[in-house]
Design a protein around this ligand. Sequence first.
Ligand code: NAP
Length: 300
Amino acid sequence: MTAGAAGAAPGQAPVTVVGLGLMGAALAGAFVTRGHPTTVWNRSPGKDGPLVERGATSAATPAEAFTAAPLAVLCVKDHEAVREILRQAGEALSGRVLVDLTTGTSEDALRTAREAEGFGARYLDGAILATPDAIGLPDTAILYSGPTALFTEHEATLAALGGSPLHLGATEGLASLYDVALLGAMWSSLNGVLHATALVGSEGVGADAFAPFAGMLFQAMGVFVTRYAEQIAAGDFTADDSTVRTHLAGVAHLVRESAVRGVDGTLPGHLRSVLTEVAARGHAEDSYASVVEYFRKPAL
Ligand code: NAP
């Protein structure tokens, strides 16, 4: 074990961070900044250097890392890698609390939780909705799910990673489910904006000139998200802004404009088939929120 320069503050809980990639190193750095005695481990040597210089302790093996602190944060490539590390540590996991911030599906989280429990550890699933540069900042969102008492016990320590730690509830894997769902929303939205950028770009409009208009749209979207969530929760899709029929006509323009300008039409074509199906299911005069029914029960 290699100990770094003194940097720990009295009263701060000791922690272990497993995985020192871009994100893991940022997480470990945030604990060190807050004065937590921090032990780190990474599969490949060399990534611990800057952290050890700041006062972290480097463990030679996963077992040594987990033994060093009651709480360990894991952040590696995927859940396969997490489970590999758990198997290497074996009985050193007994009595430890694992907070797994590795990205994966809810099923991945459940599988890893069972494996961790098999070694006598307790498990919280987590999801980081931020990039490494935002770790430790006041507005950074990190979601957690799993046993409430376990989260409460370690909430103050996890606060070192940024913002107010958000516990979504005891349902296992819920943080990973939110993560995947939100990433999906992000990619769909970004693809829409990039398609629009290509469309106006065909007329020589620069992406930078168009960006403020896309920004205005995203501001307005917040209103729709809230309004449509209320309609979905109430199961009442009465159109009070515009109908699926009106949106379908608009999408037809997007399909034609894309074709005329030689811009890829896959995205508008998909939008048109979704809205056509939603209208065919009896929602033509309903609000756009009724599209949720398509995703709940996709066309065969
Ligand atoms: P990264 O820089 O590529 O680092 C990957 C880490 O995983 C390295 O420490 C690597 O160790 C380790 N690893 C890979 N396979 C392993 C194995 N079989 N056994 C042990 N360790 C293994 O990735 P990252 O950006 O830090 O991302 C880590 C996790 O955070 C991912 O699940 C990612 O989705 C999530 N995340 C990242 C961001 C972000 O902005 N970067 C944001 C949210 C969530 P070696 O050094 O030995 O290769």
